[in-house]
Design a protein around this ligand. Structure first.
Ligand code: WTA
Length: 651
């Protein structure tokens, strides 16, 4: 693993500044105490956090019930997520928050909307009543296919208010991908918008919903927000306008008292097969995890304006645009559009205008900004910032240093946070007032989390060796399963080692025990911090009538981290040319979405396979990244294929 070696040379250490430590929510002493308790008795540590950070209607009886690989947290406890994110900030000594900004929203065209805690509460209650009027009951699934507009936050919170699990589908996914997710989750109502704004123009969403619903019998109702005002198809008897149904809705809706293990949401993520996995999260454990981590890692204070740039269609947006931030009563900034519209300084302009204090983004965005030039951030006053974070992929030390210097003005701690859709919340991370940071390392597990790096036999590896990242104990935000597929849950995460969670990432630890995450070791690619399975792209390609076979691999890319390269064997008699290449790229966009569009398509007569017929991806990866193949090729069925592949023509 050459990446490990290059990172091993990184020796810079940054100590937390005294002034930061002094005011930190978690100071060194507290962190030391929590680490001790978390190591000795993780369940007790989390019980303490659940009491401290979450409001319960009924206390739990059992903190953790662990029947591997199935965990239940806070059994017997009752609570409500929207109550924790809203109502409790309006009561008694917190009542002053009524007129505090909960969500500061900025649309791409520059329009803005600020929802105070009081207003957000009203809107959420109203939409919860709309859902009830439409016959939505506790446990019914609701699909949300929306742009980054406040109504998305309102809809999510309304679902949690009545106990209807939401299934947010990223607005960049195609109609086909949306249909699969609606059907798999068995959603009965869809909330969408006519469209949103991307790169300066309206981008329609509703046509994809209409297309998707041609194959979804379970959906009875579609509620549509008018965002762009562009002409839109409207199906009488099925479609409703958001503003019309909201106009008559009552703003009184008591929060349902839900079991700690009541399903909170399903979120689909790519795996190693063509079919995405519906990751299931539940109520009490998830809320405890995201609320505690947000408070400790982002050092959230009432005076903060927190901006996480992730789209709510991904787990980062769920946990740290909405739930973890609002549960802390903080102000969350939400931006609709692209980072570089109308100019390359849009992000810095937003930070300056709103006085953002905490900024959380992905390494791929940081690398893009580095390329765009320092003059853009430098033309803005970024002095309001006091803490920076990254998530989604390993950050290269150069990008870390740039972030530290140019955006953080050398004064802001950087929290490089490792976690996954499956973990629900942050798992390995610096604590900004207490942990020394090293550029490129996510540092140490959060208190109460037991992470290790193991070899194939389950032995702890010693530096400088790399291995597989595992989690040895259940944690509260842990996925509770894959929707409708317990077998796959067991096989994907719990079959490599006994009673131990297999994360699918490679990692190594340095002599100080710091974790250095190397990225996915399975057939999942990380494209601009988004997970795409190679199999998903392959299935899309072979569904094209001119394709016989395909193999998809990732190759390193300076900006997006990984770029998709597809090796394609066309059917006999089909002309492999640039046009077909373009046709196939568009086909993948249509099947999955633009995020999965291959950067490169290479045509070949045949794919390299082992005698048992397995595609030799390692070879393809080397070829795609222009490396000489030095690995073992003794099992290669047809040696000539390898030579031909190197010459394969680009489509
Ligand atoms: C990668 C996103 C290195 C990792 C929250 C993981 C990271 C996958 C980091 C999960 C980080 C996330 N350093 N790699 N700080 N954070 N990853 O499910 O490969 O979209 O398995 O969750 O992103 O991606 P997901």
């Amino acid at each position: 693993m050459p990446d490990i070696e290059s990172l091993l040379k990184e020796t810079r250490v940054f100590k937390p500044h005294k002034e930061f430590t002094k005011q930190a929510n978690w100071n060194k002493k507290q962190v030391a105490e929590y680490r001790k308790l978390g190591a000795k008795d993780p369940a007790r540590f989390w019980a303490k956090m659940a009491k401290q950070n979450v409001s319960w209607f009924t206390p739990w009886k059992t903190t953790l019930q662990w029947k591997p690989p199935f965990a239940k947290w806070f059994v017997g406890g009752k609570l409500n997520v929207s109550y924790n994110c809203l109502d409790r900030h309006l009561e008694a000594e917190n009542a002053w928050r009524r007129n505090k900004a909960a969500i500061i929203w900025e649309g791409e065209p520059g329009d803005t909307r600020v929802l105070t805690y009081g207003e957000l509460h009203r809107e959420v209650c109203k939409f919860a009543n709309v859902l009830k009027d439409q016959g939505v009951k506790k446990g019914d699934r609701i699909a949300l296919y929306m742009p980054m507009i406040p109504e998305l936050a309102i809809a999510m919170l309304a679902c949690t208010r009545i106990g209807a699990p939401h299934n947010v589908v990223f607005g960049g996914f195609s109609a086909q991908a949306l249909r699969d997710r609606i059907n798999d989750a068995g959603a009965k109502l869809v909330v969408t918008a006519d469209g949103g704004y991307r790169r300066g123009s309206p981008h329609a969403l509703k046509p994809a919903v209409d297309e998707a619903l041609k194959g979804c019998d379970g959906v009875e109702t579609v509620v549509m927000v008018k965002r762009t005002g562009e002409p839109t198809n409207f199906v009488e008897g099925r479609d409703l306008w958001w503003h019309e149904v909201m106009a008559g809705a009552s703003a009184k809706c008591p929060p349902a008292k839900l079991d700690a293990e009541h399903p909170l949401f399903i979120l689909y993520t790519s795996g190693t097969t063509g079919k995405p996995k519906g990751i299931l999260h539940t109520t009490g454990g998830y809320l405890t995890h995201v609320t505690t981590t947000a408070k400790a890692i982002f050092d959230l204070k009432d005076s903060d304006t927190f901006w996480c740039t992730a789209d709510i269609g991904w787990i980062t947006g769920h946990s740290y645009v909405i739930y973890g931030i609002l549960a802390n009563g903080a102000t969350s900034l939400m931006y609709e559009g692209t980072p570089t519209h109308p100019g390359p300084d849009r992000f810095w302009d937003i930070i300056e205008r709103w006085g953002v204090t905490i900024f959380y983004t992905a390494p791929t965005a940081i690398r893009t900004f580095i390329r765009l030039g320092d003059e853009h951030p430098k033309s803005h006053d970024l002095s309001s910032l006091r803490l920076l974070g990254t998530v989604g992929e390993p950050i290269n030390p150069e990008a870390w240093m740039w972030y530290h210097r140019v955006i953080g003005g050398r004064r802001c701690p950087i929290v490089d946070t490792w976690w996954q859709t499956e973990t629900g919340g942050i798992m390995i991370t610096p604590l900004p007032g207490a942990v020394d940071t090293k550029p490129g390392s996510a540092t140490l597990p959060f208190p109460g989390i037991q992470a290790e790096v193991w070899d194939e036999e389950g032995q702890t590896v010693t530096p400088p060796n790399g291995g597989f990242l595992v989690l040895k104990q259940p944690w509260p935000g842990m996925l509770r399963g894959i929707w409708g597929d317990p077998k796959r849950y067991q096989e994907t995460y719990w079959s490599q080692y006994k009673n131990t969670y297999f994360a699918g990432d490679g990692a190594h630890r340095d002599p100080q025990g710091y974790f250095w995450i190397m990225g996915r070791i399975d057939d999942v690619m990380n494209i601009s911090s988004h997970r795409i399975g190679t199999m998903e792209v392959e299935s899309a390609l072979v569904s094209h009538p001119k394709v016989a076979e395909s193999a998809v691999v990732g190759r390193p890319d300076e900006i997006t981290g990984t770029a998709i390269v597809a090796f394609v064997t066309p059917l006999g008699g089909i002309q492999a040319d640039k046009e077909l290449g373009e046709e196939l790229r568009n086909h993948v966009t249509k099947q999955i979405g633009a995020i999965a569009k291959p950067a490169e398509i290479r045509f070949t007569d045949a794919l390299p396979k082992t005698r048992s017929g397995k595609i030799m991806r390692r070879l393809l990866r080397d070829i795609a990244s222009g490396k000489e193949t030095v690995g073992d090729t003794s099992t290669l069925e047809d040696y000539s294929v390898l030579a031909k592949l190197k010459e394969s023509e680009e489509g």
